[in-house]
Design a protein around this ligand. Structure first.
Ligand code: SF4
Ligand code: SF4
Length: 74
């Protein structure tokens, strides 16, 4: 069952710009912006594998998929 990406949430205050998520992403979705914060450059290429979320040492990035945040609030 493939999960579909809904959105990334990147905590700009926690991100220290180490670039691990950028390097780990198999689909080249993430980049470091000019402030050296992780940013989503190519969301359409994301396969929601969550490697970025799992490897970020500062827990600054969270991946939401269509079935992971269905707690019903909007
Ligand atoms: S791995 Fe985490 S701290 Fe490092 S650039 Fe990515 S989001 Fe920022
Ligand atoms: S979930 Fe996987 S494909 Fe999507 S941005 Fe993170 S590492 Fe890349």
């Amino acid at each position: 069952m493939a999960k579909r990406l809904k959105k990334h949430e990147i905590n700009q205050d926690w991100c220290k710009g180490c670039g691990i998520c950028v390097a780990m992403c198999p689909k080249d979705v993430l980049v470091l912006d000019k402030e050296d914060k992780a940013a989503v450059a190519r969301p359409e290429q994301c396969i929601a594998c969550r490697l970025c979320e799992k490897t970020c040492p500062d827990l600054a990035i969270e991946v939401f998929t269509e079935d992971s945040d269905s707690e019903g609030k909007r």
